[in-house]
Design a protein around this ligand. Structure first.
Ligand code: NAD
Length: 379
């Protein structure tokens, strides 16, 4: 069996999710190449050593360049704050290593173009971890749309709402700094629903947006994460709303917020077409609601499909019908697809071009907010 060595950069939230995904993909998906958890990297020796033991990696490093240049590494998996994505990806590509990069792919589309070009030049495989595409219910929505079951699409409607910034005493850490995160909630949560919009409906032609920072000052923390008692200015948006027109004529409505009290990870989509509609809510991620005008009129209404059958996308490798899956499983699907693409020498999806297209939409939203008008998305 062919084996492939992984270097994971970042061991916290996404580092833990990806670590488990490498384990699950081996146990449940029979990928053509076996991923081997070779080296995990973080800045603090003690913390990364703890992570190495707990997440079962063979080695650890405290410098990402040392981790990725090792001869036994074939895939570099980037789970760091956004401002580091570009440098790690460029170096990895130049060393001929395949790349999995967390979203948002980069700080902006200029960086994303550079990453795509260097990855293509060095002929390495590249993926952006837009995990929600690989939720079986969303893959099924894609299949229903491709089969023409909802007809011509008129509306795409999406919210992605969280509430972790509601508390004014929540301090400024990397996600609340423009120079480390690139943007606020638009790049963080918005990138996911922009990717889903492109995946399910098609390319976005133009946008008009509004954004807000409701709490302008928060407490600063030091390099060790301890509170300093001094206040700093928040320079990334807490909420963004935008409208879009798609190239195929559909209209889009999007809302993302970190200030939606009571909402934890509320990702909701509704798509209305000439022949039917589709509704998805991540809090019920194993279900897809489908309305078809082709049903006899006396029984028309939304039906709830439990997407756990063997014939549903990605489900044949999981459990029996009705045994639901959870948050981390779509990451397993992406990693399995990535390993297949390396083995078959095909282009994985979602890839750096998808990451770039998302940034082009994000850049257009930013410009629209500044200029208070509709902006055409650059391609
Ligand atoms: N796909 C998703 O749904 C999803 C969800 C959450 C986060 N993310 C993305 O994942 C990435 C990481 O987010 P997170 O929530 O895991 O962040 P986090 O703050 O929990 O972890 C960041 C990790 O990066 C490491 N790190 C920071 N600087 C480093 C350096 N110079 N060298 C090596 N390691 C360094 C830290 O030690 C830490 O382990 C971000 O791009 C974020 O947007 C994606």
């Amino acid at each position: 069996m062919k084996k492939i060595g992984i270097a994971l950069i970042g061991y916290n939230l996404m580092g833990r999710v990806h670590s488990r995904a490498y384990q699950d993909v081996k146990m449940l998906f029979s990928p053509p190449i076996l991923p081997v958890r070779k080296v995990i990297c973080g800045r603090s020796k003690q913390l990364v050593q703890d992570a190495q033991e707990k997440l079962e990696w063979q080695n650890f490093e405290t410098n990402w360049e040392d981790a990725i240049k090792r001869e036994d590494i074939d895939i570099v998996d980037i789970c760091t704050p956004v401002y580091l994505h570009k440098d790690i990806a460029l170096k990895a590509a130049e060393l001929g290593k395949h790349i999995i990069c967390e979203k948002p792919m980069a700080m902006n589309s200029i960086e994303a173009i550079q990453m795509l070009k260097v990855a293509e030049k060095n002929k390495v495989k590249h993926m952006v971890m837009f995990n929600y595409r690989k939720v079986p219910a969303i893959s099924l929505a894609y299949q229903l749309i491709q089969e023409g079951r909802i007809g011509k699409i008129y509306h795409f409607r999406a919210h992605y709402l969280q509430d972790w910034l509601i508390d004014p005493s929540f301090p400024i850490y990397w996600r609340l700094k423009q120079n480390q995160a690139g943007s606020g909630v638009s790049g963080d949560l918005g990138s996911h629903i922009i990717d889903l919009a492109r995946f399910l409906v098609g390319e976005i032609k133009e946008v008009v947006g509004a954004e807000e920072i409701f709490i302008n000052e928060r407490e600063l923390i030091d390099d060790q994460g301890s509170r300093t008692g001094s206040m700093g200015k928040v320079d990334v948006e807490e909420a963004t709303l935008f409208l879009s027109r798609f190239e195929n004529g559909a209209l889009g409505t999007f809302e993302v917020s970190r200030m939606a009290n009571g909402r934890k990870n509320y990702e909701f989509l509704e798509i209305n077409g000439s022949n039917g509609s589709i509704v998805f809510n991540f809090e019920r991620m194993n279900e897809l609601q489908f309305f078809s005008k082709e049903d006899p009129s006396h029984i028309q209404g939304f039906k709830n499909i439990l997407v756990t059958e063997k014939h549903h996308p990605y489900m044949k490798n999981w459990w029996h019908a009705g045994l639901v899956i959870g948050y981390e499983e779509p990451f397993v699907h992406n990693i399995n697809d990535f390993l297949i693409s390396i083995d078959k020498n095909t282009n994985p999806e979602p890839n750096f071009l998808d990451g770039l297209r998302t940034h082009q939409v994000l850049d257009a939203i930013k410009k629209s907010v500044q200029e208070r008008c509709w902006i055409t998305v650059d391609k």
